[in-house]
Design a binder for this molecule. Structure first.
Ligand SMILES: Nc1ncnc2c1ncn2[C@@H]1O[C@H](COP(=O)(O)OP(=O)(O)OP(=O)(O)O)[C@@H](O)[C@H]1O
Ligand SMILES: [Mg+2]
Length: 415
């Protein structure tokens, strides 16, 4: 039957394999197509049987579940892995997710938890495949016949005030667009003095960064910058900020422009995490961007600065559709409502993202984007909506309620 979920069970303990097979035997929509006793056998069977989902134990003697998952991603890419582990192994969660596992079940789990996970993972994978099939091949693999491809979009995350969640959203947006929309994504940390992208993705600070590009920035072949872009296990590519603030001076505006131009030719999306102050480089990035996701929070300083930024954006001649407003932590109960914000800045908020300190901080401290470790959370769903809006459909200009000049006079009128 086409709707059956084909499951491969991987566990080195025979009793566990039997138990899981029996448990899943009661489900009419799930077929256990095979059982493997080791990581190596799992890969072999996954290639042969093409299961939809692989239920993988993490601790196995020859090859552990994480290594098997990594190798499976290359050899049986359509098989989605659900990892199983015992409690108290938080580091395993991080490593599993980074290896490409879609879910993580902590033993002992109930039969309900197991079947719900399998069904959710299967559904998500199917939706993802449908979206990928619907897209032209050229944009899916990042290059057309002779490497010819449409230049990708540059998405700048900017906020005229710091600490509103630019980096958090940039990282998760990049992962969502790659994992769920099948886009070829590169994330550029343009917070050249105090970049946080590497921390959120648990990348070693000894990795190459934009500062290593040196003379290449000015005159080298832009293609050579490929060696400075890191392949992250979540499927995105990353160009890190320099490891220490004084090295930011090595990064020139003309160099950044060349880099973005080159990256745009190789990727569907170039997501740039900008700083919150205007300088030549930030302005150059904003100029080049196809979309500026301008982030704000429900705080009076953030709203005031947003108003000023919108005036600057007007003076710079940025059209309405280019600047999109993203309200982060939109449900914080701080006494300011979304309507108040819209009234004050004179335009609609285009996207909202809920506040979810638990998921966000938990993910931050583990170095795994929350979009991977807690896909069901509302905050992940909000990020997914944002990703679909900017990458999955044409950008539509936001609705403006009244002429802006009239509304801008009313700043703080709601206070
Ligand atoms: N939706 C959210 N819910 C809860 N906490 C959030 C959310 N978004 C961001 N945060 C938290 O807000 C803080 C600031 O986030 P982040 O570092 O991403 O902001 P930023 O704009 O990049 O800051 P900076 O100006 O330092 O670069 C972090 O502690 C982050 O965990
Ligand atoms: Mg930041």
């Amino acid at each position: 039957m086409p709707d059956q979920i084909r499951v491969l069970i991987v566990d080195d303990i025979p009793e566990t394999r039997d138990h899981l097979t029996k448990l899943l035997g009661f489900e009419s929509d799930i077929d256990v197509v095979g059982a493997a006793a080791s990581g190596a056998e799992a890969i072999e069977l996954a290639v042969k049987l093409a299961p939809d989902v692989v239920l993988m134990d993490i601790n196995m003697p020859d090859m552990d579940g994480i290594t098997a998952t990594e190798q499976m991603a290359a050899r049986a890419p359509t098989a989605a892995v659900v990892m199983m582990s015992v409690q108290g192994e938080a580091d395993y969660l991080r490593r599993s997710m980074l290896a490409g596992a879609r879910e993580f079940l902590v033993k002992p789990f109930s039969s309900d938890e197991l079947t719900t996970s399998l069904r959710q993972v299967h559904l998500r994978e199917r939706e993802k495949l449908t979206r990928m099939v619907a897209r032209p091949v050229a944009s899916m693999n990042g290059s057309g016949p002779e490497g010819a491809r449409e230049p990708g979009q540059i998405i700048a995350l900017f906020s005229p005030k710091g600490g509103v969640g630019r980096t958090t959203i940039a990282v998760n947006l990049a992962v969502a667009a790659a994992a769920e929309l099948g886009k070829k994504v590169v994330l550029v940390d343009a917070s050249f003095q105090f970049g946080d992208v590497g921390v959120l993705l648990n990348l070693n600070p000894k990795n190459k960064s934009i500062a290593d590009l040196g003379p290449e920035l000015e005159q080298g072949e832009p293609e050579s910058l490929d060696t400075f872009v890191i392949n992250h296990s979540s499927g995105i590519r990353v160009l890190l900020a320099p490891p220490s603030p004084e090295m930011a001076e090595l990064v020139t505006t003309s160099g950044v422009k060349r880099i973005l131009d080159a990256l745009r030719r190789q990727h569907d999306l170039v997501i740039v995490d900008c700083t919150s102050w205007f300088n030549d480089t930030t302005l150059a990035i904003l100029d080049m961007a196809d979309v500026i996701l301008t982030m704000l929070s429900l705080e009076i300083t953030s709203i005031k600065n947003m108003r000023l930024f919108l005036e600057v954006a007007d003076q710079l001649g940025y059209e309405q559709g280019k600047v999109r407003l993203v309200l982060n932590r939109a449900d914080s109960t701080l006494g300011i409502r979304v309507q108040d914000v819209e009234h004050s800045i004179g335009r609609k908020v285009d996207h909202t993202i809920v506040s979810d300190g638990r998921s966000v901080v938990y993910a931050l401290n583990r170095g795994v984007p929350f979009f991977l470790s807690n896909r069901e959370a509302q905050v992940s769903q909000d990020v997914m909506r944002l990703a679909s809006a900017i990458a999955g459909e044409p950008v539509v200009a936001p609705v403006v309620e009244e002429p802006k000049t009239a509304q801008r006079k009313s700043l703080f009128a709601w206070r």
